[in-house]
Write a protein that binds this ligand. Sequence first.
Ligand code: AMP
Ligand code: MG
Length: 331
Amino acid sequence: MICLGIEGTAHSIGVGVVKDVKGKCKVLSNLIKTYKPEKGGIHPREAANHHGLHIAALIRDSVQQAAVNISAVDLVSFSQGPGLGPCLRTVATAARALSLSLEKPLIGVNHCVAHLEIGRGTIHECTDPVLLYVSGANTQVIAFAEGKYRVFGETLDVGIGNCLDKFGRTLGLEFPCGPRIEQLSERGTLYLPLPYSIKGMDIAFSGLLTSAEEYVRKGHPVEDVCYSLQETSFAMLTEVTERAMAHTEKQEVLLGGGVASNQRLRIMVETMATARGASFFVPRKELCVDNGAMIAWLGLVMYASGVRMSLDESVINQRFRTDMVEVTWRD
Ligand code: AMP
Ligand code: MG
């Protein structure tokens, strides 16, 4: 079975084509275009306009790159939520139009669950992980328990990526700021104390962000502040992930989201996993960031398990929670 998936929850629009090979995911193509605001954060309407501008060409190019005929596409899936309303609506409209014109079924999928399933689908040994999902807008620790994907811990304010981007903006860095902060932090030598805020299993970043900005204003070297910001925020993420692993007794940890590119975060989570005797996995970069292939794969898995969706049911949901998904494809 071949599925074409469209992702467009926030700043990027992606189209991917995947194929099911003996229950595992073969990515045939996976194209992404990213909207970069000229200044400030993401403006939802402008991001949606960007997506609308590129979507038709991306669909055409991804089918071409997959080397399949468009008529060979068996299913169309799209990111139904969570995300920015205008972006979700643009993508859902394109997906509905494509499904109707190809006369192929349509499935809307949960973006966060797609980040987890693409790990299970593409990494052979990854079967039942705790996912640390770290992106711009989202920060969640997710695992399968008692028939559902449940959120064991999450941010109470901004996502870790947004926290890094906001901090980077005060330094005058270009969006997305995470990679540059990572480079700067490698030259940091002094750890500056920052608030370590875990509440129950949840995390808050805004106090940390304010304190980091304060250090910069007081003239501390930017490299030290970046280093301290990463050490503190990543330690918080690693702690919550470890506690979720201990609670669920799972032996695998998976990273997902754009911040999963960060080497320091990888090392911290991998060190924790190794100390527990658990396995550590990160999908390759283009499958970690928001991408169409993961949406295509989850659509395919859902369809194969019997899920069907009418046009009426394909309405977007900006606040589509991970634990709202009925998981029909796992025991
Ligand atoms: P996503 O929302 O999943 O597409 O991820 C985008 C976020 O990932 C942005 O906030 C980036 O700043 C962040 N990001 C990308 N690369 C890195 C990196 N190497 N270190 C930290 N954050 C990163
Ligand atoms: Mg994402």
